[in-house]
Design a protein around this ligand. Structure first.
Ligand code: SF4
Length: 488
């Protein structure tokens, strides 16, 4: 049992945004820092190994596991090929049940909608259920910027929020932290200097901290694992019960959901509820599955808003080869088996979607490719991710498809521009001879014994590191021919 000093606030302000990644690096650059931290690697290896073996044991119990995977993939593909109709049906079902539906084209629009809804309630704090969609749009930073304090209620998300860090795993966001680090965080943020690292004591401290927040909260924000279009039912799957508190206690509930989370029928949940807990935490059934359909007078939140988030999903939908990435049910099984993730952890991905799913989803969702263009190369292509994926996403094939896009973009960039310049220079004899003369004078300081020894920094330097390039001859054949005394 832990105590609170008089006058201490359980809810010290969390201003972690500044500590989050302000400097996007490519995966190889970010991985160097991650690989240099053996403690984080050990934590991750330990945690993923334990989840993997639990998953393997419970999956082996299901005789029709592969048939369930085929069924899940078929339901998801059916949804994706008629997503427009499914979403319209979902909207009308939610409205018919007393909810309100909002459509957000991108992260900025979604954040603006949520902030507007919270402000309309006149509150300056909200409780949150763990949600990857809200991590993706950086809702917490947007809320903090608007003077609204988001309180993460999932234990691991709470730890991450206290630390001012980013999650490093889809399902276990604080997988990189060990008990001693969590104890230090709790001591500092909860004002409990004598807290031990005993799990029961840590859990009790979190429980007491959160209980006050639940009882005070008037607005809650959640994500969604599934949304059944025929009934308008939203489903959240979780382990701790904090989600259940958020979706039942406050007066207002706002759910932010990626549009790919819709499924056509309520009964389709039968398939996913067999696959998801086993693939995610290695449990036959997760402890809490909350479902709600609009609002019901005198029972749970009396106002319900559903924010449907695109943020690049329709772009992914338009590419048949990359589209299966939208089948993902965020179980994280692919992450736990990935030999690259197990060494680098999740922070190197600079995305809430780490590991193999992050490597195929993030580059497709992002409009500005930048650092995320390196993610499809963060894989050994061993295929372990495909073997465990409950919705049969052929991740290695999509990785190769995404790699090809990066190569094509690079060709169209540096290589394309170089070839255009060369084409212009070689279009006429005069231009060609001028280029030769220029080349000879420029190469003088960088050649020795007939070979180019130095390349300018940039792509040419990388190209030249493992190649020999002969220097241009001092005289062209034509010049030599013209200079001959004995020519006819
Ligand atoms: S890609 Fe498959 S295995 Fe990976 S998180 Fe998504 S559903 Fe799970």
């Amino acid at each position: 049992m832990v105590g609170r000093k008089p006058g201490d606030s359980w809810l010290k302000p969390v201003t972690g945004a500044a500590a989050r990644d302000a400097r996007p690096e490519s995966f190889p650059q970010a991985a160097v820092a991650a690989l240099a931290n053996p403690r984080v690697r050990a934590n991750i290896r330990h945690a993923t190994t334990s989840i993997r073996s639990k998953r393997a044991a419970v999956v082996a119990e299901v005789p029709d596991w592969d048939l369930l995977r085929i069924a899940a993939a078929a339901i998801k593909d059916e949804t994706l090929t008629s997503l427009d109709a499914v979403l319209v049906e979902l909207e009308s079902s939610v409205k018919a049940a007393g909810g309100t539906v909002h459509w957000a084209r991108d992260a900025a629009e979604a954040n603006e909608i949520v902030i507007g809804l919270v402000r309309a309630e006149g509150v300056d704090e909200v409780v949150k259920v763990k949600s990857l969609a809200t991590d993706e749009i950086r809702l917490n930073e947007a809320l903090e910027g608007a003077g609204i304090q988001p309180i993460e209620t999932d234990l691991a998300e709470m730890i991450i929020q206290f630390a001012g860090e980013r999650p490093s795993h889809l399902l276990v966001p604080a997988i990189h932290k060990n008990r001693a680090e969590i104890r230090d965080l709790f001591r500092d943020r909860l004002g409990l200097p004598h807290l031990s690292e005993d799990p029961a004591e840590l859990a009790e401290a979190a429980r007491l901290h959160l209980r006050e927040a639940f009882l005070r909260a008037r607005v809650a924000i959640s994500g969604a694992n599934f949304a059944a279009a025929d009934t308008g039912t939203i489903c959240v799957v979780e382990s701790e019960g904090n989600g259940r508190m958020c979706t039942t206690l406050p007066e207002v509930l706002i759910t932010v959901m990626g549009i790919e989370k819709a499924i056509p029928r309520f009964r389709d949940l039968e398939v996913f509820m067999q696959l998801l807990p086993r693939s995610a935490t290695g449990e036959r059934m997760n402890p809490y599955t909350s479902m709600w359909t609009g609002v019901r007078q005198g029972d749970g939140p009396q106002t319900f808003h559903l924010v449907l988030l695109d943020a690049g999903r329709t772009r992914v939908l338009a590419d048949p080869a990359g589209r299966p990435a939208l089948r993902c049910i965020r179980c994280s099984a692919c992450i736990n088996v990935c030999p690259v993730y197990r060494q680098t952890g999740g922070h190197a991905y600079h995305s809430p979607y780490a590991g193999p799913i992050g490597a195929i989803l993030e580059p497709q969702l992002a409009r500005e490719k930048g650092a995320v263009a390196s993610l499809p190369f963060a894989s050994s292509l061993c295929g372990a991710c495909y073997d465990v994926c409950p919705v049969l996403i052929d991740i290695p094939s999509i990785l190769i498809h995404e790699r090809a896009k990066v190569v094509a973009r690079e060709r169209a960039g540096v290589e394309g521009r170089s070839l255009k310049l060369l084409g212009r220079a070689f279009a006429t004899r005069a231009g060609y001879e001028r280029a030769q003369r220029l080349g000879r004078s420029f190469q003088r300081p960088v050649t020795r014994d007939g070979w180019v020894t130095h390349f300018p920094p940039g792509p040419l330097a990388a190209w030249g590191r493992s190649r020999d390039l002969p220097a241009l001859p001092a005289q062209t054949f034509r010049e030599w021919w013209e200079s001959r005394d004995d020519r006819a």
